[in-house]
Structure formats: C-alpha cells, structure tokens
Write a protein that binds this ligand. Structure first.
Ligand SMILES: CC(C)(COP(=O)(O)OP(=O)(O)OC[C@H]1O[C@@H](n2cnc3c(N)ncnc32)[C@H](O)[C@@H]1OP(=O)(O)O)[C@@H](O)C(=O)NCCC(=O)NCCS
Length: 192
C-alpha cells in the first residue's frame, strides 16, 4: 500500500482507558526516559481530557489481527485558561480553559515518514474547529499551542501553525534542546 492510501485508511478516534498503556508505549519509544511522561500522567490526562486525546488506528493486517485496530499515533493535550503557554499550563488541566496545550505528538517508529503526524494534526485541528464553531459550544477553544524542537517547526507549519518565536519557558521534555519554539494557531493575537 502506498503512503497516501495507508494514511487514508487510518481510523481516528479518541484514546480510551484500555489503550492508554499502548499510547504510553509509543511515548517511551518516541522520547528518551528522562523526557518521557509517566504512565500515571498518561492515565490522568486520559481521565480528565479524553476528548483531547486523539489516536490514529491502523488495521494494517501485517501489524495486527484481522479485526483489531492498532494504535500507531497519538496527540494528547490539556486545557489552560491563560492565553500564554506556561509551565503551569503544562502541568494542570482547566476544563474551562480555551487554550489547547498539545503535550505529545507521537507516531510508532515503524510508521514514521508516511505523513501520519501531519494527517493526525490536521484531523485534530479540524475536530477542535468543529467543536468551536458549534453554536452550543460558546467558542470552546481559542487557540492551540505547543512547544517543539526547532527542527520540527516545518511539521507544525504544514499543519497550519505559525511559529511565534523562541519560548521563554524551559519545559522538562525540551530541556536539552537549543531552541524552544512556541507555535500557535486559531487566534494568535493575544499569544505573546
Ligand atoms: C515527530 C513525529 C511525530 C513525526 O511523525 P511522522 O508521521 O513521521 O511525520 P510526517 O511523516 O507526518 O511528517 C510530515 C512533515 O513533518 C516534517 N518532519 C517529520 N518528522 C521530521 C523529523 N524527524 N525531522 C524533520 N522534519 C520532520 C517534514 O517536513 C515532513 O514532511 P516530508 O515528509 O514531506 O519531509 C515522529 O517522528 C515521532 O513520533 N517522534 C518522536 C516523538 C516526537 O519527537 N514528537 C514531537 C514532539 S511532541
């Protein structure tokens, strides 16, 4: 199957409790131990913000049994009330917050380089926009923010994010990188 057909065959749905361990495996595979979240953190975020925990599932027969979908990519976030992406906003979840703080974008090593992260990000943003445009939601989300290593800025730009410059904060997982950038979208005006 070519990359496009494979990506188009993916199923996107929120990660439920039973898939948290698998999501955590991807985290351990994607980040060195000193940068990775703990399983407790994963369980906590899934329990408080399940709608913001998106999974990409493959039914690729070479990697899983006939009927079972395999989780091969995740995006995990919490909400913050401050427009700024701070260390505090990274460590707590405010259910009334309007800033979606993306903590993790992760793809199974075996499936990287096929456009899955980009497709997941677009799907994620589409879902957030749909919820925000829903009349009953009262402008649910105002912005989406994340910090990333400089070399990954093109990934997020391709998904529609804008680079807002170097981050003031040094967050655990990015502690060792030279530059930390904030990217944000939807409404960047009040961001910096
Ligand atoms: C970063 C990561 C999510 C990318 O997943 P992926 O599915 O391989 O990415 P995609 O195939 O969708 O890449 C789309 C674009 O992003 C950019 N990109 C992706 N990975 C990149 C990398 N390692 N270095 C530089 N650019 C990269 C490229 O511009 C790419 O476009 P191209 O293939 O036309 O060159 C994946 O490598 C991963 O899980 N890494 C470990 C965890 C991590 O670092 N997450 C990001 C920080 S939270």
């Amino acid at each position: 199957m070519d990359h496009n057909s494979f990506v188009n065959s993916l199923t996107f749905k929120n990660v439920n409790e039973s898939d948290v361990e698998r999501a955590f495996q991807l985290e351990l595979e994607g980040f060195p131990p000193e940068e990775a979240f703990t399983i407790e953190r994963y369980r906590y975020i899934q329990s408080v913000a399940p709608d913001l925990f998106l999974g990409a599932y493959s039914s690729d027969s070479s990697s899983t049994s006939f009927s079972k979908l395999l989780l091969i990519g995740t995006i995990m976030s919490t909400l913050a009330d401050a427009p700024k992406f701070t260390k505090e906003s990274m460590s707590s979840h405010n259910p009334f917050g309007k800033t979606v703080c993306i903590h993790t974008v992760c793809v199974d090593k075996q499936y990287r380089g096929r456009g899955i992260a980009l497709c997941m990000l677009k799907e994620y943003i589409k879902r957030l926009k749909n919820e925000t445009q829903n009349k009953d939601a009262d402008g649910k989300y105002e912005r989406v923010a994340l910090i990333c290593h400089e070399y990954l800025i093109p990934l997020y730009q391709k998904a529609g994010f804008t680079s807002m410059g170097e981050s003031e904060i040094i967050y655990g997982r990015l502690f060792i990188c030279f530059f930390i950038f904030i990217v944000a979208m939807l409404n960047c005006n009040s961001y910096l």
